[in-house]
Design a protein around this ligand. Structure first.
Ligand code: NAP
Length: 548
């Protein structure tokens, strides 16, 4: 779609915001319904998170053969993943391929941000305004804006005095960044920081890793995927996909059934070692079913992980600083290929921000309470305003001018993660109250987009024009989501899952912890019960069908 094509009279059935995994699939599905779709994407191309996070070492932590679309058999057969865990360029190439193969690009206005999304009760439609001043009137809005797409800006005194280059992993430039032979500081040791440090340690002159809190990182055990392996997976792909869809995490690994407390110490160790060899984000969590519920079971896995760190890092003092002490898994576990080993290199220096916090930046680099660190480049890997950020940035006003930020004043809420009460015909993909970031995102995205598609098909079939989650259903659902989370160790951690990384944010664990399968079953049940918890109407003042 060219910018000239959009003008003040633009109308569409559906506006889709975002051209990542979710937005591309949403456009595809809406188009199959014969609806007119207007896509808006702030980046110059497709890819979403895989467009922006092109920092060195960026790689997926879900296996490539599962972190891909499953909706089209020909697409599955023709695309060949080259590694067990795909690197960012390969995932972006895949999404480019999908966009071209299904001719999705012409539906999108790129380099365009959504400024406001305003509900008009009189016309039962949304008015979407872009930063270019275009307005699009539409019946439905699908916010496919991602959960980790609003990078947290660095708030450090003196940032602008720094004479070198500073970058954020979540907003990495498209143009190549030369780091070879440079002195580089990386601030932050979550997934992005760990991947960046591992990738650049061999090429930079000096690397200073500024760590506030250590994280657990599991070995990826990444490897090339051979034709035989891919062919054998593809031969039974439907079965594998169904297992993913009905599993907890959206992956084909069987969900564990035994408690870590029910086996001997030797057997526990055997299973942890087996998991470590298998590799991946679930190396330790797939061994037993109570790692996230029992302090004791979690403690066993922590001890094992810390022991591995000590065995990989030669300097015991550095190993101790790299050893986390929070409940393993309650902050997103990282996945690496050789992260801990970089600390055995003479050019890599761990800076413990707990004992020597950053004071300010200055022309030469970073000043901590103990030292001046002179560098050419500072890379901030300090994370995102997760779950809410990308939506909170947009002025979204629903019924009676109620804003989304008002709805989320006490933390992000939603009904089945797909709608927020007060915002009719506006859908969120993998929003609050869904398994989202605790699952294989592509599995969850397809499920949500399919659910929305079916809802729209139903509404059109029976002549309804308005669908809105009721406040009562949302309250009930979020109480259930929180109750389930409180049975686990997750809410105890100062993680981005609860918004702890955003100063002043009301803590709320809004992710549906029971997993993809139970969530899918509940979404299906709601439909079978006549869209229980949603109010559907013909768009007149009389509700033709009301469910609470
Ligand atoms: P993150 O997990 O939120 O980590 C941010 C890091 O920056 C933490 O170590 C944090 O320390 C530190 N930090 C934040 N503000 C700081 C400050 N002012 N001064 C010093 N340190 C500061 O962010 P992320 O690494 O970008 O990852 C976010 C999520 O994106 C991941 O959890 C994952 O879900 C996803 N991701 C996935 C992959 C993958 O698939 N492999 C790769 C990258 C990202 P504290 O812990 O002390 O706050």
């Amino acid at each position: 779609m060219t910018q000239q094509a959009a003008n003040e009279d633009t109308r569409a059935d559906v506006v889709v915001v975002g051209a990542g995994f979710a937005g591309l699939y949403a456009v595809y599905r809406m188009r199959t319904l014969g609806l007119s779709v207007y896509g808006i994407e702030r980046a110059p191309g497709v890819g979403g998170t895989w467009h922006w996070n092109r920092y060195p070492g960026a790689r997926c932590d879900i296996e490539s053969l599962d972190y891909c679309y499953g909706f089209d058999d020909e697409l599955l057969a023709e695309w060949r993943w080259t590694e067990r865990y795909a690197a960012q360029p390969e995932i972006l190439a895949y999404l480019d391929h999908v966009a071209d193969r299904f001719d999705l690009r012409p539906h999108f206005e790129f380099n365009t941000s959504v400024a406001s999304v305003i509900w008009n009760e009189a016309t039962k439609s949304w008015l979407v305004t872009t930063d270019h001043g275009e307005t699009i009137e539409c019946a439905y809005v699908i916010m496919a804006t991602g959960n980790l797409s609003s990078p947290q800006p660095p708030a450090i005194d003196g940032l602008n005095d720094f004479k070198g280059t500073w970058l954020h992993t979540g907003n990495w430039p498209i143009e190549p960044v030369e780091l070879a032979g440079k002195k580089v500081a990386v601030v932050g040791t979550g997934s992005s920081g760990i991947q960046t440090c591992t990738a650049i340690a061999p090429i930079v002159d000096e690397l200073y890793v500024l760590q506030r809190t250590p994280n657990y990182s599991m070995p990826a055990q990444n490897r090339p995927l051979g034709d035989d392996e891919v062919n054998s997976v593809l031969a039974n792909y439907r079965e594998r996909r169904t297992i993913c869809e009905w599993s907890d995490a959206g992956t084909p690994m069987p969900d564990p059934t035994e408690s870590a407390l029910s086996v001997s110490a030797q057997e526990r160790r055997r299973r942890y070692e087996q998991g470590w060899q298998m590799g991946g984000i679930s190396s330790l969590s797939f061994a037993f079913n109570d790692m996230f519920r029992s302090e004791e079971a979690n403690g066993f896995a922590q001890d094992f992980a810390r022991e591995q760190i000590r065995s990989m890092v030669q300097d015991p003092a550095v190993a101790e600083l790299l050893s986390p002490h929070h409940h393993i898994g309650t902050k997103r576990t990282c996945v690496d290929t050789g992260y801990y080993q970089i600390y055995n290199q003479p050019n890599v220096h761990l800076v413990d921000l707990k004992s020597e916090p950053i004071v300010r930046m200055n022309p030469g680099g970073i000043e901590t309470t103990d030292q001046q660190i002179d560098v050419d480049v500072v890379i901030f890997a300090i994370g995102f305003d997760a779950i809410t950020g990308a939506l909170a940035d947009v002025d979204i006003r629903g019924v009676d001018g109620f804003t989304l930020n008002e709805a989320w004043a006490n933390g992000p809420v939603g009904y089945l993660g797909v709608q927020v009460a007060g915002f009719p015909n506006l859908f969120t993909i993998t929003g609050p109250g869904s398994p989202s970031v605790l699952s294989n995102m592509v599995i969850s995205i397809e499920q949500h987009v399919d659910w929305i598609t079916e809802a729209i098909v139903h509404m059109r079939a029976v002549g309804f024009k308005r669908i809105e989650a009721t406040g009562a259903a949302q309250e009930r659902w979020m109480a259930h989501v929180v109750e389930l989370a409180n049975q686990t160790l997750y809410p105890k951690a100062n993680s981005w899952y609860v918004g702890a990384n955003i100063p002043g944010r009301q803590r709320l664990f809004s992710v549906y912890i029971a997993g993809c399968g139970p969530f899918r079953a509940e979404c299906n049940r709601v439909v079978e019960a006549g869209y229980e918890g949603f109010e559907l109407s013909r768009g007149t003042s009389d509700r033709e069908s009301a469910h609470v």
